[in-house]
Ligand binder design. Structure first.
Ligand SMILES: [Zn+2]
Length: 133
């Protein structure tokens, strides 16, 4: 196993459940117990109704590509594995996530169905990524 050199997430008290779920290969998002909407990114209050009654719920991991870009020339040497795809995917539950989409750049289309997968990049850290469904 080779070492992983890219920057890693630094979970906050608020976002820690997201990363702990990812470690278990589960995609969980906050859901507002007042208005029922899913919330992403992790926050202390619902951006829609301002309730602080946010609960962590599993979501399907099924999404479609909302937008994407192919990075051919990385901004730093830490991302020397370019080309890679940065995408915004829209989950079927509603929220949009910025993510790394692992696919052939030529195969990419806005609206294409994608599904979550979990990349155990270090023994301590698992990243949430997407691939074509
Ligand atoms: Zn709400």
């Amino acid at each position: 196993m080779s070492a992983y050199f890219k920057p890693l997430p630094n979970p906050s008290l608020t976002s820690r459940p997201f990363w702990e779920a990812a470690k278990r290969h589960e995609l969980k998002l906050q859901r507002c117990a007042e208005c029922g909407k899913f919330v992403y990114y992790p926050r202390d209050r619902c951006p829609d109704c301002f309730s602080d009654r946010l609960e962590w719920r599993p979501v399907s991991g099924r999404a479609t590509v909302y937008s994407y870009t192919v990075v051919y020339r990385a901004a730093t040497r830490l991302f020397a594995d370019a080309p890679y795809i940065l995408a915004v995917v829209e989950l079927e539950e509603g929220p949009r996530l910025t993510t790394n989409l692992v696919a052939s750049p030529e195969a990419m289309r806005v609206g294409m169905p994608v599904t979550v997968f979990f990349d155990d990049v270090t023994p301590e850290c698992t990243l949430v990524k997407f691939k074509p469904a």
